[in-house]
Design a protein around this ligand. Structure first.
Ligand code: 3PG
Length: 310
């Protein structure tokens, strides 16, 4: 028998994939604190965002596979997995379109002062309509940092959906995969991208190289009035520097779906920053993408144990 731990709820279709006479499904757990102990007697874990420490991996003697529901593996101690021979899978393509749609919504919502205008309207200030003038994206330059699956899915949507110019920066992918379109170009450097872009959207993993990639110095290089969208990982952006850049009105606005740490601190300076929109790490949370992530993560476990064709 294989014991598979699903610590947090996933889509029922994903649970269905795990249902098999040779599989015992364990979970859900009530908090991340229970994860390490619960992992001790399992062969596989299907993990969302809860952290899996090296210690938890080392003391999980039966563990063979960790299936990540999503694409970011920064919550998993990969070095400990490598040393113990634990296989890690991600749901490679499950969320790219949904995250791209979130970014389109974020760009439009923040650039049209949607939240402030709505609050003004509800407070009886109908004349906000002649105060909240926004930014039109057609013809503007949007910088896409990271040209992995999400960056590549987003770029055509920016071109065809928003009619924007797109500048792409990613030192790890070959230039010939760039979308072949006159409105899409490589940036020679990250600084060249931030200096030229009316909005920058982040689509890199969290690594030592991307940690605080958007610190005070880099934010200062962004165009005055530009917008920043972070649906990648919180620590890529220095939150204190971002609050300063928004409060001084150097930036026109920002949208954060991710935080450092997660969950974000309740008493948070970000909450007071002007024209900052926030969501609780839901860029990939559509019914469609959550179903795909659940099914693909579960299928990768079953494939690992040769309990399913494919
Ligand atoms: O809710 C989840 O499980 C997430 O969407 C995780 O996705 P990510 O690791 O790709 O952010």
């Amino acid at each position: 028998m294989r014991r598979v731990l699903v610590p947090q709820a996933i889509d029922p279709a994903g649970m269905e994939v795990l249902r098999h006479p040779e599989v015992i499904i364990l979970g859900p757990l009530s908090s991340p604190d229970e994860l390490s102990a619960a992992m001790r007697e399992v062969d596989a874990v299907l993990i969302r965002l809860w952290p899996i420490s090296g210690e938890a991996i080392r003391s999980a003697r039966r563990l063979k596979v960790i299936a990540k529901h999503g694409v970011g593996t920064d919550n998993i101690d990969l070095e400990a997995c490598r040393k113990r021979g634990v296989h890690v899978t991600i749901t490679e393509t499950a969320n790219r379109g949904t995250v791209s749609e979130y970014v389109l919504g974020a760009l439009i919502t923040v650039a049209r002062h949607w939240k402030a205008a709505e609050e003004a309207l509800k407070a009886g200030d109908y004349e906000g309509r002649i105060r909240y003038y926004g930014t039109e994206w057609a013809g503007k330059t949007i910088g896409v940092v990271g040209y992995g699956r999400i960056g590549r899915s987003l770029t055509p949507r920016l071109v065809h959906g928003l009619h924007a110019q797109v500048l792409v920066y990613d030192p790890y992918v070959p230039r010939d995969i760039l979308m072949d379109h006159p409105q899409v170009q490589w940036a020679d450097s990250l600084d060249a991208l931030v200096k030229a872009a009316d909005a920058v959207t982040l689509h890199t993993p969290l690594t030592p190289e991307t940690y605080r990639m958007f610190d005070a110095a880099r934010l200062a290089k962004m165009k005055p009035g530009a917008f920043l969208i972070n649906a990648a990982r919180g620590p890529i952006v220095d939150p204190v520097a971002l609050v300063d850049a928004l409060t001084s009105h150097h930036l026109g606005g920002a949208v954060l779906d991710v935080f450092d740490p997660e969950p974000p601190l309740a008493d948070n300076p970000l909450w007071e920053a002007p024209n900052l929109l926030v969501t609780p790490h839901i860029a990939a949370s559509t019914h469609e993408a959550v179903q795909r992530m659940g099914v693909e993560a579960a299928a990768s476990i079953m494939q690992h144990f040769h309990l399913r064709e494919g």
